[in-house]
Design a protein around this ligand. Sequence first.
Ligand SMILES: CC(=O)SCCNC(=O)CCNC(=O)[C@H](O)C(C)(C)COP(=O)(O)OP(=O)(O)OC[C@H]1O[C@@H](n2cnc3c(N)ncnc32)[C@H](O)[C@@H]1OP(=O)(O)O
Ligand SMILES: CC(=O)C(=O)O
Length: 524
Amino acid sequence: MADDRFHVYDTTLRDGAQQEGLSLTVTDKLAIARQLDDLGVGFIEGGWPGANPKDTEFFRRARTELGLKHAQLAAFGATRRAGVKAADDPLVAALRESGAPVVTLVAKSHDRHVELALRTTLQENLAMIRDTVSHLRAEGQRVFLDAEHFFDGYKSNPAYALEVLRTAAEAGASVVALCDTNGGMLPDELAEVVHEAVSTGARVGIHCHDDTGCAVANSLAAVKAGATHVQGCANGYGERSGNANLFTVVANLQLKRGFDLVPEQSLAEMTRIAHAISEVTNVTPNSHQPYVGVSAFAHKAGLHASAIKVDPNLYQHIDPGQVGNDMRMLVSDMAGRASVELKGKALGYDLTGQQSRELVERVKELEARGHTFEAADASFELLLRDTVTGERRRHFSVESWRVIVERRPGGDVVSEATVKLHAKGERIVATGEGNGPVNALDRAVRLALEKLYPELAEVELIDFKVRILEGTHGTDAVTRVLIASSDAAGEWATVGVDENIIEASWQALEQAVTFGLLRAGHTL
Ligand SMILES: CC(=O)SCCNC(=O)CCNC(=O)[C@H](O)C(C)(C)COP(=O)(O)OP(=O)(O)OC[C@H]1O[C@@H](n2cnc3c(N)ncnc32)[C@H](O)[C@@H]1OP(=O)(O)O
Ligand SMILES: CC(=O)C(=O)O
């Protein structure tokens, strides 16, 4: 079990699931809980049992299927309704029956919310808190209190907001988490209020939303002011602009402030875990996310690369390996010699000074014409090989290609491509049909080469992106095509640029096939 002196409390499965566009099945929730447990968080808030069948089911299945190693499950719910006994409130019953060792109760701490939203008196709200906390404590559950709108409530009526904390703590809540529910706080003013809350003697936690872009900074400020329980969500998911990103908070506290929150080896799994959770939520990972984003340690500027060549720490705030991430060199028109040398080294090539100069020049020239090598790793590697060998070597050469697009009677549109290639001393002519011109070209190339290179059957075209580079020119514009391909071992991307979209596609396709053959062991 995690150390009780400082709580890392995850609310991805409850507040994270309040994010627009995010919808989790019970199986998804169980899978995410396992990932969070692998990271070593102390508490996983599983949802609101009784509020919907899915969350009730989650707690039922969690009892037998989850087997948490570090974390404890927390069930979230509200204090009893006004005017009823806690023991008789069906939603409180669902919390009791959830089987969760911890219950986190949301309670109003803003006087206006009590009067306008709950439509009850300030005294009755305190009674709702007292009764619900003591009832659940008597039932053997540990209780945390989420003081909703605490900071806005403190501005409106500080004495009442603090009274809510005292009431909860006296009734047996072991943590009172101060919620910046509307996410409008800034770190300095938030820290002052946390300081006041800590002076009540209650154990204080923090729950921040990111509406000012300060959720992580606010959480850190709260911890500095005395909070010993911090809530947040994986990848910063959550209502509106999201919750404090728990990964960023944990990495900051552990690596910058010396807290011992999760095992070192679990921290080194953080990048993998962040991406595994994105897979489950089906939300595209934010590549720029601090610490765990694929771009978090990606270096594009030539000057950065030249210093990194001497010492990576000159342009990195931590060793990316500490959070399981990697340093990457991006090659673009902002590259210098050092960038291509480092990238070359990562690919297994030792470039001479002359080769790196030539390569940089070529990259800049091609990027000026619309190519983009940072998004087309395989195209860069082919260019690098051409520079190292001093010639353009390929497995096949192209005599010509042709595509016909035909709208047939009845409305079907079919494409037919013919390619004439030379490979291993043979002249090959092949025709392929497809649902579009690029599909037809792809089929024709495969037909032409499949006997000589049977491994091509493994290569798949998995994505095709087209971008018009000079929008004002309309149909005359230059077109950039990016093709992503895969085989059993991984993926690669290639780029083609031309005024003709089919020629741009052909360039990208030809490189995709060449690179696939290199990966299959056919050297040039
Ligand atoms: C800040 C946060 O994010 S807290 C988490 C919010 N999460 C959610 O709301 C998601 C789950 N919620 C739900 O499924 C539903 O809203 C339920 C099941 C909880 C309640 O549904 P309903 O009974 O239909 O009520 P409805 O949603 O319209 O209104 C909420 C009721 O809870 C009351 N309430 C709000 N906060 C609290 C509180 N802290 N303690 C007690 N009652 C509360 C409101 O006054 C309102 O009461 P009313 O029915 O007498 O008007
Ligand atoms: C409880 C909660 O999620 C909030 O106040 O933001």
